[in-house]
Design a protein around this ligand. Sequence first.
Ligand SMILES: C[S@@+](CC[C@H](N)C(=O)[O-])C[C@H]1O[C@@H](n2cnc3c(N)ncnc32)[C@H](O)[C@@H]1O
Length: 394
Amino acid sequence: MLRVLGVTIPGLEDFLCEEIRELIGATPAKVAPGKIEFLASPEDVILMNYMSRTATRFLVVLFRGIIDPMNLENIKKAALEVDWPTLFHYESLFAVRAERTGNHEFTSVEVAATIGEAIVERFLADTGNRIRANLRRPDVLVRAYVTGNLLIIGLDTSGESLHRRGYRIFNHRTSLNPIIAYSLVKLSKWLDTLRKDPEVPLIDPMCGGGTIPIEAVLATQKVPPGKWRRYYPVEHIHLFSGVRQEEVMSWADSFILRDLNPCVVCMDISPKSIAGAKLNADSAGVKMKFLLGDASKLGEYFNRIGAVVTDPPFELRMGRNRRLSEVFRGMSESLQERLELRFSAISAGPALPKLMNAMRVLKLVYNRRILYGGVEARLLAYERRNTKQESCEG
Ligand SMILES: C[S@@+](CC[C@H](N)C(=O)[O-])C[C@H]1O[C@@H](n2cnc3c(N)ncnc32)[C@H](O)[C@@H]1O
């Protein structure tokens, strides 16, 4: 078994833990913000790379421990302890990338260079051969994370970040990370309800390029998010010799249910967004309904309001939207009247208090802070208030 590090957006660790449990039955533990660790076979690592909707990458852990954060020498000592020559061949080209969070007297570039030196020294000492680095096109990518006084060194198994799904051909100017889109869908309870009620709709009334509705349909159909890449850079890592990536992926493909077409609605006030969402949905091979409309009049468009999952403007990059409070209020009125499941949304910036204020008519059931592209954002979920019960409790 390998010690594996799963990396995700800080704040979404429990979504990734649950997914790992469901996919391979492992019991992960959180080891740092956005990082969980668990045991898995090499085949399972490929499977998770192919199937995970909530991870950005997976690493084989080579070192995890507490270091003196002021001293690069300790990082070198930790890296020298790793038995590098048993992990890959000296003719493989390698690179080290490091990320650092906290106060240190060194930079992440220095961390990477120090670990690189240790790898070269260890190969020379053990095999008499000099391994070469290639920072642009390495065969083996070593990653290091320094978080306060915690050092993690691992072998990357994912390559390009797994949130880059590959179906997106129209890039909305504020497109949402698909990991968050899927997490919001999970939060809405729609996926669980579909089994009992296949007609229950999921509506994204501010869908932009359609990331949330597309992730919702792909999850229902069990289409692996790695469908558009089908390769993970592990062939130079000895631990993976004998693993047939194609076979693992074909096995995962055998569960795809492309004929399942749930009721998913992609709505936006902008014709350009709707046109772009159509392009993305076609590229992902999913069917859904498209509607040009105003979210403030949500109730006027639909017979049923099942789950509403959305990513409204944050008013950060695109500036103020004068109608936003009114739009949120209009939405919340329809939701309080007719919402069947949950309303889940991401918000940040000046839009966040406006959204929370308007949604006060509903019951807040989830409020999680996440770090999204350097911005502190919130994942929120609301349900209708049970007015009778609440007035009794008075
Ligand atoms: C942050 S973007 C959504 C991005 C989308 N999640 C994606 O991944 O591409 C917000 C969207 O809300 C839409 N919008 C703003 N006001 C609206 C309104 N009153 N009704 C419907 N859509 C609205 C904008 O046109 C924009 O496409």
